[in-house]
Design a protein around this ligand. Structure first.
Ligand SMILES: [Zn+2]
Length: 512
């Protein structure tokens, strides 16, 4: 029993992956992702009822959003040592030190709660994932649940934690960058808040070892750039972790290549995502492009494309649609900033300045953050205002979402189409938002076009039959379904293949 896996989160549910791999022989402990569990968080909290940052670790530990593991969390978030008494009382409570987190990609349900981890724990990630995490944090309001790339040191005043005077970069280990080009280094090491002190941390080092263990990683296709799958060579054999993936995206071949190479390791265990385990349909990005093009070609007036945040593949699809229909693509400041950061890791990602028909839509904002000011200056000739869009609605395809919808008051369109190119509402709150969105569109004479009107969204996850195909290729001795509400799908689907399927519950451990 040299190796133990403990599933602190990410089983029986979608997202929130926090899987601990302990190799007792090699004295190495590694987390596979450390994400925010939106399901669990949503049981207690919502937009206006949040864990209190002034109470630090107390709220997320008490409400079981974090596993009760003493030794892995930030010391500056301990408001009272008694917080550990609560941890000690939990059956899962224990002392632990970890050698690193293998971060699969920058979606918050995989990365978010890295925010609470000690700042000396290395985060292994692709260069792209690190840069997306950094851009997301730079361009969002301060939030102690979103301190993935760097953290704002807290200081105790009385019994309240306040934001301190310094910030600190987390040590990211970039798996795919042997050397770091100067522009990328400049972006990564830049102080995000000029008014604070800044510790950029130790120099970056690429390595394929975490603690005493050999790690391999592969780029895979998902609805965010930079996604990786991992394999760790433990004392009991290779353990393979899929992260989130699919076969039907434009980079689907990468996922297939990962599966073939993982097979060659003859893995002991495969931790396999199963978000869409029971779903068979498979809409591709090409189908989305064709459908969006057909809608856009007939659209009168203004055209708006609404898609998931950071889904740059979809943004590129809409760039094609804009070009084909002779419109300018106008993106938010936040998207323009993200594109610039991603361009540093992958020069094929377009930026506003390098792309003739891409513009920044100038949102009406009272306070302008430093990064926004600098970006506006860099792209001074590429900014479109609401009145320009109002004057020439047929000249624009705007990339906006529900949370930017009040811009319509300034744009004041008289007709147009709103293409909703995202997953359908999956909870009550989203359904209410969808109703609100439709009221806004009705008020401004825009027609809503969504999935019910055709293939306007391609999922980031493989369908059930594709997941089984991947499992058969990789052919592990044992498969543990993760990131799914339908773990039993794998047991029936893999019957007769010789692959043993083991369904585990929350907090359960597997030793081998
Ligand atoms: Zn994901």
């Amino acid at each position: 029993m040299a190796v133990r896996l403990t599933f602190y989160d990410g089983v029986g549910t979608i997202g929130g992956n926090k899987i601990l791999l302990e190799d007792l022989e090699q004295a190495t402990n590694v987390f596979l992702d450390f994400g925010t569990s939106f399901g669990k968080r949503g049981l207690y909290f919502e937009e206006y009822l949040k864990p209190r940052s002034v109470a630090g670790l107390l709220d997320p530990l008490e409400m079981e959003l974090l596993p009760p593991l003493r030794g892995i969390y930030r010391d500056d978030l301990v408001v009272t040592p008694q917080v550990w008494d609560r941890v000690a009382a939990s059956p899962l409570g224990r002392e632990l030190s970890v050698n690193g987190v293998l971060l699969s990609h920058a979606h918050v349900d995989h990365s978010g709660y890295i925010s609470f981890l000690r700042p000396d724990i290395p985060i292994f990630a692709s260069t792209m994932t690190a840069l997306i995490a950094r851009a997301m944090q730079d361009s969002s309001p301060a939030d102690f649940e979103r301190e993935v790339a760097y953290l704002s040191q807290r200081e105790l005043t009385g019994d309240l934690l306040r934001s301190g005077r310094s910030a600190r970069q987390r040590p990211f280990v970039w798996l795919d960058a042997a050397s770091i080009p100067p522009e990328l280094r400049a972006f990564w090491y830049k102080n995000p808040a000029k008014t604070k002190g800044w510790d950029p941390g130790p120099p970056l080092a690429a390595t394929d070892r975490v603690g005493g263990l050999h790690v391999r990683s592969w780029p895979v296709d998902h609805s965010i750039f930079g996604a990786a799958a991992y394999a760790v060579e433990t004392s009991s054999g290779w353990i393979v972790y899929t992260g989130d993936l699919r076969l039907h995206g434009t980079q689907g071949e990468l996922t297939r290549q990962f599966a073939e190479e993982a097979r060659a390791l003859e893995p002991k265990l495969l931790l396999c995502e199963g978000t869409r385990a029971r779903r068979e349909e498979c809409i591709t990005e090409e189908m989305v492009r064709d459908e969006a093009l057909a809608v856009a070609a007939r659209a009168p007036g203004l055209l708006i494309g609404d898609f998931g945040p950071r889904n740059v593949e979809r943004l590129l699809t809409f760039l094609e649609v804009a070009r084909a229909t002779k419109r300018r693509l106008a993106v938010t400041l936040k998207d323009a900033y993200l594109l610039e950061a991603m361009h540093l890791a992958n020069p094929t990602v377009p930026t506003v300045n390098d792309t003739e028909d891409m513009f920044i839509y100038n949102e009406r904002k009272g306070t302008v953050a430093g990064w926004e000011e600098e970006l506006r200056q860099r792209c001074a000739n590429k900014v479109s205002t609401a009145s320009q869009v109002h004057e020439d609605p047929r000249g624009f395809l705007l990339c906006l979402s529900f949370f930017d919808i009040n811009e319509l008051i300034d744009i004041d369109p008289s007709e147009g189409v709103y293409i909703y190119s995202s997953s359908e509402a999956y909870d009550e709150e989203q359904e209410i938002d969808m109703k609100r969105l439709k009221c806004w569109l009705e008020h401004f004479h825009l027609r809503f076009v969504g999935e019910e009107h055709g293939n306007l969204h391609a999922s980031g996850h493989a369908s059930g039959p594709e997941l089984l195909e991947l499992a058969r290729i990789i052919e592990p001795e044992m498969l543990v379904p993760i990131h799914t509400e339908w773990p039993d799908y794998f047991a029936s689907g893999l019957e007769g293949t010789g692959i043993r399927v083991r369904v585990v519950g929350l907090g359960e451990s597997l030793a081998f």
